[in-house]
Structures are given as C-alpha cells and as structure tokens.
Design a protein around this ligand. Structure first.
Ligand SMILES: *Cc1c(COP(=O)(O)O)cnc(C)c1O
Length: 365
C-alpha cells in the first residue's frame, strides 16, 4: 500500500527498499514454536565473544550513567597505531555501516552519482538514495567487480565509488594489482570507498590491504568492522581510515556519541586479543572447507568465497528452500533482493552447525 506521507518525504525515499536483516533466532523460534535452531544468516562469528571482551563489558557497567567519550580517544589512538596512521585519519562508526552512511551524507546529494557493482552490499544504495543521489550500477563479471566497466562509468558527476573487498553477498575478491590500478585511474576528486569488512579472513599475499595506500590516495576511504572476525556484531562498532581532511568532513556529520562506551571498551580489548582473531580465522577456514566439500557432494554450484560465508547456486528458486530450512531450525539467507533469486547465502558456522546445515539442505533438496 502506498505510504500516505511519501510526497512529504525526501525524494530518494520513494524507491528505497529498507534493508532486510537476517531473522533473530528468538523471533523465529517464537513463530515456529521450536527451540535449538541455528543462525547462519548474518555472517556473524560463530565462536562467541572473546573472554577479554566479557570482562571489560562488566567493568563498564559502573559507567552506565555517563556519556561515552564522544571522540573515542583511546580507540582511535589504538586503531591509528594498528594501521600506522595519525589518529586524525580515523573516524569511528556505530558499525562500519554508520561510516558508510556518513560518506554518503558528505559526498553525495541530488544530481551526484553513486557508483557500485551489481551484487554490491545493500547499504551502498540505501545510504545513497537517502540523500537523493543517482545510482550507477556496473554489471558484474563472474559475480565480482568488473573494474574496467566501473571505470568507464565514472563521470564529472560521480561523487563516490563503493567497492567491498571481499564482496558481500558474493564472497568475490579483487587482487592487489587490479584494485590499486583502479584506484590510481580514478580522478583524485572522486571518493573511493574500499569496504574491508571481511579483510581478516583473507590471507593470500596478493590480497590488498588498502589502508596501506592512504598516503598515496587522499580520495581513498577504507572501512573496517569489529562485527565479523572480531565477533562484536551486537555492539555496533567499526571505523573508517582516510586523509585527515576527509575524516574531518565525516566527523562533521557524525553523531556526537555514535559509539557507546561498551563498544569502545570492547573494541579496544578485541584489538588486543589477536589469539581470538587467529582462532576465528582458523575456524572459518575449516568451516569453509567443510561447506564447500558438502555442497560439492550435493552436486551444487557455488561462488568461491574469500569471506565467512558461501553463496550457493541451487539452480532453482531459493525461497522455498530457505523456508524449508527455517522450519528445520536452520536460518540461512536468501539473496533475491540482490538479484540472485536462485542463490542461498550461508554463513560459516562451527563444525556441527555446518554439518547440520548440510544435512538439512540434503533433506530439503
Ligand atoms: C557485514 C558487513 C559490514 C559490516 O557492517 P557493520 O555495520 O560494521 O556491522 C560492512 N560491509 C559489508 C560488505 C558487510 O557485509
């Protein structure tokens, strides 16, 4: 039904479809009257939180009545040290999505173009449309970025180019040489966002750490998150790295206390717990092998993934399969909203979770 206030709303909202999150387990279990279900739908860390994080969260309870440090001084300092940049290069976000949204509010407006690839992360169009920008969507190759096609679409009106590496929902990745060549080829007044939410899962030597290029490209913004390999999705904390002048603009639109004190303290503790990070990546590597082997055994095609999820081609409408899995207590993610109606995205879980998913999938098929 038409929204009766749509004509009073900002122009970009008429065709803006809200983000569809993975269903929380509690809601699913309430609806179906079941228990013991597993969620492999939102690319979360199956390991559970680091014990160090638990301890600092408990300590933070004493400060509940106080506003958090709006400048996130300690966290920004730690992140700056980690990436060998000045603290003035760091912008903290309520999740990295918050930083992406700041980028759109600063560098896009009506008449400006927002460029990304087919199958790009859903937040890029949402944030771009909210500020009235025009979407330019480059066709993908093999589900991944076609950088040549993207470069050809850049114009005088282009404000921001968004590239997730690895990409969600496809898991595709770009190598160092190709991505760097692309960033070099882009006019220096066009902002290039390299979204590295899944960076920690990739260990190949030819995989780029775009944060190392910040000195070469003042128009580059690199975003990272604590939601995935660091296992803090509930706390909503991420960050952007950029030239200080870009960070200055992002901070002008940033909400004053966007990262709460629990999130700041937890992120600091998580950064220190490199052992947890190592285990997260190990579990992911093992789980990915298990999923790939299982999916192959079922004779299904999939998109090779560099992330913590696998996007499987079911060769038919994934909707009913997703629903059948739901009823068996296995929550996966349909990606029809990304233009992939026959694909199902499953996050890498613990060994027994992956096994349960594969068994359920076999039964459903
Ligand atoms: C999960 C994800 C993020 C992280 O979002 P947060 O707001 O930091 O939780 C960012 N980009 C992509 C492509 C993602 O898949």
């Amino acid at each position: 039904m038409a929204n009766r206030f749509i004509n009073q709303a900002a122009p970009g909202l008429a065709s803006l479809k809200p983000y569809v999150p993975g269903k929380p387990l509690s809601e699913l279990e309430r609806e179906l009257g079941i228990t013991g279900s597993i969620k492999l739908a939102s690319n979360e860390n199956p390991l559970g939180p680091s014990p160090r994080v638990r301890a600092v969260l408990e300590a933070q309870v004493a400060n509940l009545t106080r506003y958090p440090d709006g400048g996130a001084f300690e966290l920004r300092r730690a992140l700056a040290a980690r990436h060998d940049v000045d603290a003035a290069c760091v912008t903290v976000g309520n999740g990295s999505n918050d930083v992406l949204d700041m980028v759109a509010r600063v560098f896009l407006w009506a008449g400006r173009q927002s460029l990304f690839s087919q199958y790009a992360f859903a937040v890029y169009p949402i944030s771009s449309m909210a500020v009235g920008a025009t979407l330019l969507i480059a066709p993908a190759v093999d589900y991944g970025h076609d950088l040549r096609a993207m470069r050809a679409m850049v114009s005088q009106q282009t404000g921001v180019i968004w590239i997730a590496n690895p990409n969600n929902p496809t898991g595709t990745r770009l190598n160092k040489v190709d991505l760097r060549e692309f960033v070099e080829s882009v006019p220096s007044e066009v902002i290039v966002v390299v979204d590295e939410a899944y960076f920690d899962y990739v260990q190949d030597d030819d995989f780029p750490d775009a944060s190392q290029w910040l000195g070469d490209f003042p128009n580059l913004i690199v975003t990272r998150t604590f939601s995935k390999a660091y296992g803090l999705a509930a706390l909503r904390v991420g960050y952007g790295l950029s030239h200080p002048d870009v960070a200055d603009l992002l901070n002008r639109v940033r909400q004053p206390f966007n990262v709460d004190s629990f999130a700041q303290a937890a992120a600091l503790a998580a950064l220190d717990d490199q052992d947890y990070l190592r285990r997260s990546v190990e579990i992911n590597d093992q789980g990915m092998q298990q999923l790939v082997a299982g999916v192959r055994r079922l004779g299904l095609d999939f998109i090779p993934s560099a992330g913590n999820f696998l996007t499987i081609d079911l060769g038919r409408d994934a909707g009913p399969v997703d629903q059948a899995l739901l009823r068996m207590g296995v929550v996966t993610r349909q990606v029809a909203n990304y233009g992939l109606p026959n694909h199902l995205r499953v996050s890498v879980g613990l060994g027994d979770e992956n096994a349960r998913f594969l068994e359920a999938l076999e039964q459903v098929l």
